[in-house]
Design a protein around this ligand. Structure first.
Ligand code: AMP
Ligand code: GLY
Length: 420
């Protein structure tokens, strides 16, 4: 099969690495890719949010399956356009991608599906939103409705903070994403991520993970895209996963199908778990990054069969072969991230690292310059490893970190502390 993966982060390197190992993969192109992906697949320059350009490229390269990594092309309707052109795609339509692209839409679906989630109000003007906040009190959560690159959520400790966040959002600091605001009850508990594949009708769980969003050790400091992750998430027991399927995921999928916008692709549910019960925090319509890295490390080559089955509507007959294993990924980021940082540092030592089914250094923001790997982003490398226990996976992941020479980079040394 000729396969095209859209995206160029650690998530797409991990997807490419797993897909490549499957003998069904004849040719693999990743657009735009990165320096690590270029070592295992062909990278192509392509504007992945330009629907016509993606269709033309896929047709010219005789692509038989397109796997869409990030949310932006999904929200832009790239999957719709590819399907209209008769191509096989893994990823939801723009209508189904609203589960990530609009928080108000997700709340409305949860209401219709009777899925447990935080109580909320949805507002299109600041005064009504502030009156709601004053009536509810703090802590309270203020969210820009649209896609805001993970920055559109403010956990306000006081009413004044919530009011300031509301003014900020309606004042345009999140662009169009902030034209509508959702205000939510602050939920307490432990967060975990649950990943399922959907083919419009059937749903297949493919793993759980937990990530570390804060930049600093002990989960302190500003939020980031994720500084590390591990799988499985011990808090998401089989019993809680079963409840999440029965109370949240399946009813959501049934509601999407009932509305004529069935969901096909991977669905990533952020769950808050308290007293043995899961509640939905949010949906994402793609794999998490860096959560994908640990899922791919555990699933390996079979992921292509599963993705192919989801794209063709055959998930009812598919099953996952589970190993009794654990995986961890440690993000190496440029000094200064998530604030401003330098690009262009040379990174050495990568060629000395083991690369096998237990160890992989996935690349995120890297670039090849004059034959050398250089840092080209905030999150740059993902030291990823698998073991019989989480502590074995951790020791292997940090051994990868320690084999890299990059004075301008840093990582958290405590990934997995909660589970260990
Ligand atoms: P989101 O972009 O919706 O995932 O929100 C980002 C993060 O904010 C989540 O991963 C949670 O840690 C936190 N969060 C969002 N909504 C709530 C809520 N209603 N209660 C508590 N924490 C929340
Ligand atoms: N690591 C969180 C995300 O990809 O949204």
């Amino acid at each position: 099969m000729n396969i095209l993966i859209l995206g160029g982060g650690g998530r797409e390197h991990a997807l490419a690495w797993a897909v490549m190992q499957n003998p069904k993969c004849d040719k693999l192109i990743v657009a735009p890719g990165n320096a690590g992906i270029a070592q295992i697949a062909t990278c192509a320059t392509l504007d992945i949010e330009d629907r016509a350009a993606v269709v033309n490229f896929a047709e010219a390269e005789a692509i038989e399956l397109v796997i869409i990594g990030p949310e932006a092309p999904l929200a832009a309707g790239v999957a719709d356009r590819l399907r209209d052109a008769g191509l096989l795609v893994f990823g939801p339509s723009a209508a189904a991608a609203r589960l990530e692209a609009s928080k108000a839409f997700t709340k409305e679906i949860c209401d219709a599906a009777n899925a447990p989630t935080a109580a909320y109000g949805h507002f299109t003007d600041a005064e009504a939103a502030k009156a709601h906040v004053r009536a509810q009190g703090a802590p309270i959560v203020v969210k820009a409705d649209g896609l805001a690159a993970g920055k559109g959520v403010i956990i306000a400790e006081t009413v004044a903070e919530a009011e300031a966040a509301i003014d900020d959002m309606f004042g345009g600091s999140f662009g169009a994403a902030g034209a509508e605001v959702v205000i939510e009850e602050f939920m307490t508990g432990e967060e975990a991520s649950f990943f399922v594949l959907c083919d419009g009708e059937s749903v297949l769980p493919i793993g759980t993970a937990q990530d570390h969003k804060r930049v600093g050790e002990g989960d302190t400091g500003p939020n980031t895209g994720g500084m590390g992750a591990y799988s499985p998430a011990p808090v998401l027991t089989d019993e809680i996963a079963e409840r999440a399927m029965a109370e949240i995921i399946r009813p959501t999928m049934a509601e999407m199908a009932r509305r004529g916008t069935p969901y096909q692709g991977v669905l990533y549910a952020g769950l808050m778990i308290k007293d043995g019960a899961p509640r939905l925090v949010e949906y994402n319509v793609r794999f998490g990054d860096p959560e994908c890295q640990v899922l791919m490390m555990r699933l390996g080559a079979q992921v292509l069969d599963l993705i192919h089955a989801a794209a063709e509507g055959r998930l009812a007959d598919a099953q996952v072969n589970w190993g009794n294993d654990h995986a961890m990924t440690v993000v190496m980021a440029a000094d200064g991230y998530p604030g401003s940082y330098e690009k262009g540092d040379v990174i050495s030592g990568l060629e000395t690292l083991p690369e096998d089914s237990f160890h992989m250094m996935f690349h995120a923001g890297t670039k090849l310059s004059d034959g050398r790997i250089t840092a080209n982003g905030g999150r740059v490398l993902n030291a990823t490893a698998r073991g019989a226990s989480l502590s074995e996976a951790r020791d292997r992941a940090y051994a990868l970190v320690d084999g890299v020479n990059w004075p301008g980079g840093f990582c958290r040394r405590d990934i997995g502390w909660r589970a260990l």
